[in-house]
Structure formats: structure tokens, C-alpha cells
Design a protein around this ligand. Sequence first.
Ligand code: P6P
Length: 336
Amino acid sequence: MSRVTLSRYLIEQTRSNNTPADLRFLIEVVARACKEISHAVSKGALGGVLGSAESENIQGEVQKKLDVLSNEILLEANEWGGHLAGMASEEMDNAYQIPGKYPKGAYLLVFDPLDGSSNIDVNVSVGTIFSVLRCPDHCFSQNDALGEEAFLQPGTKQVAAGYAIYGPQTMLILTLGNGVMAFTLDRELGSFVLTHENLRVPESTAEFAINMSNQRHWEAPVQRYVSELLAGEEGPLTKNYNMRWIASMVADVHRILTRGGMFMYPRDSREPGKAGKLRLMYEANPMSFIIEQAGGAATTGTQRILDVQPESLHQRVPVFLGSKEEVERVTGYHKA
Ligand code: P6P
């Protein structure tokens, strides 16, 4: 069987679903950047890029050298191509302006360049998460600076989303809004090859993912739900559950996309002013788009994540996503 590379898949999508050529080009450029990040990550201590960059991002999180390097790789790969009106990243306080010497395009690219980077120094899977939005008409002008407001669109406006996972295999998971496809990096060929078509999240599951050390800080609906999971077959859910927590969203979501499960990062009382830890624009929205496209569900506990109207670029939201049956159960407890 001839191998379908990412490039061939995108060209075929262009023909059959009228995927615009500059969106195809955008995805190809992001995929190439993810190959470069994969290469840098895989060097580990040999690459001199482990450890802290001795700086903090807007989140107040210490940046790893690879956080900064991955961010630079994505900016440099995308700024010249004429497909973007601007970019935004977990690692940058403000929107990135396309340099005046390059043409602007119709799309906005938002990304977490290296999610789970605290796991790098212990050699656990990490990844890149990206989301693609259309640039609203007013942000198209070649001369005016791009304001943050151009990015503040609900997740339903995404035209594409995906992640790369740098694990035992490097994979690219992608949705253009008509299903979820997975590509595995063939390092000899140097291409991402289509290996999984139309991934589906099983409607029910017996596996959940949450950082249990925060239990005393959760709100009542989450306390109730997780205690029922832990009660197993003796409790109201009448079945035993397994637990996983990799503390790398890309890896936990990839497991759920592969075999089902329930991922949770609720808001908690540690920082009442913050609605949890995960960021809406470049973590929750792209992952929710992918999960919904694979038949799963994703809510903040009280509303569909993709419907949230963003108020700021680095806004946080509580996240409950995965197998539909469990997401609906915990969301119901928030409304009880
Ligand atoms: P905790 C990684 O830093 C991250 O943003 C997500 O990838 C991951 O799901 C979460 O934070 C882990 O958070 O509090 O368990 O370390």
C-alpha cells in the first residue's frame, strides 16, 4: 500500500474539501517546525538544551531552554510565508507581529510550543499544541499592528487544530474539521506518514486522569465525582476505574484519543482568581476541537469549552474532556 504522507493528505483534502492552499501550506510549515523541535528534544543532554532558561513567561512559570527554542523555531518557520496575519504563544506576553518585510496572510496561529516541558528533564513525553483561526477582516491591513482582540474568538471559530507528541514515536495529530487523523514521523523518509484515520474516543471509559494531590482544593462537584470514581464497583458508578496522570496534557490527551478516558484539570482554591491552570486559547481550545471531532466532549464543568468567548490571550479555564459519558456526568454534577 503506498504511504500517504501529510503533504499528500493535505493536497487530497484541498481537492475534496476545498481546504484553501494557504491553510495547507500553514499546516505543512507547522509540521516541519515540529520535526525540528522533535530533533532538538530527542538530543536531551547531548544537545545542551536541558534545564532552565533562567527566565519566566507571562504565566510566571520558569521557562526551560527548550520552551524558548521551540517558540523561536515556530516563529521563524511561520513568519515569512505570507499565510499569517500574526501569532500568539504561551511563551510570549503579546501577539507576535509579522515583520514588515514579509507579506501578511489570512490566518492566525496560536500555540503552546512545548507543553509539559517540566517533564523534559526526566525524559517523559512532551508536545506542541497549535490552533488556527481566520484573521477577522480588520486585522488584515499590512501596516497596522495586530491587536490581541483579533485572537479573542471562541473555539468554534478554529479552522484547524493539532498537536505533535514527542514520545517513543513522534506523531502529529490533526483536525481540519472533518475528523481526526494521526501521522507518524518516518525519520528515514523525513515525512509524517498517515497511520491512523478518523480516530474515535470511546463513549464510555474506566480510566481517569487528574492530579490527585490537589483534591483538598477542589470544588464540591469535582470532590463528589472523583470520590465516586475511587469508590469503584462498591460505589454509585458500579465499576472500577484506573487512574493515570502524566502531567503532560499532550500525552494524557493522546492516551484518551487512543483508548478513551477522562481528563480533568479543575479550578481550585489555591488561586481563586485563576480558573484553573490550563490556558484556553492554546491548550483547551485546540484539544477540545480534536476531542469533539473524535466523538468526545469537552466542558469547563458548566459550559462547552469551544463556546467560551475569550476575554484575554492567556485566559485560563477549567477542563473536563474525553469520553462523552463521563464528561456529561461531571458537568451534570456542576448543575445539580
Ligand atoms: P500539574 C504542563 O505544565 C501542563 O500545562 C499540562 O501539560 C499538564 O496537564 C499540567 O500542566 C500538569 O499540571 O499541576 O499536575 O503539574
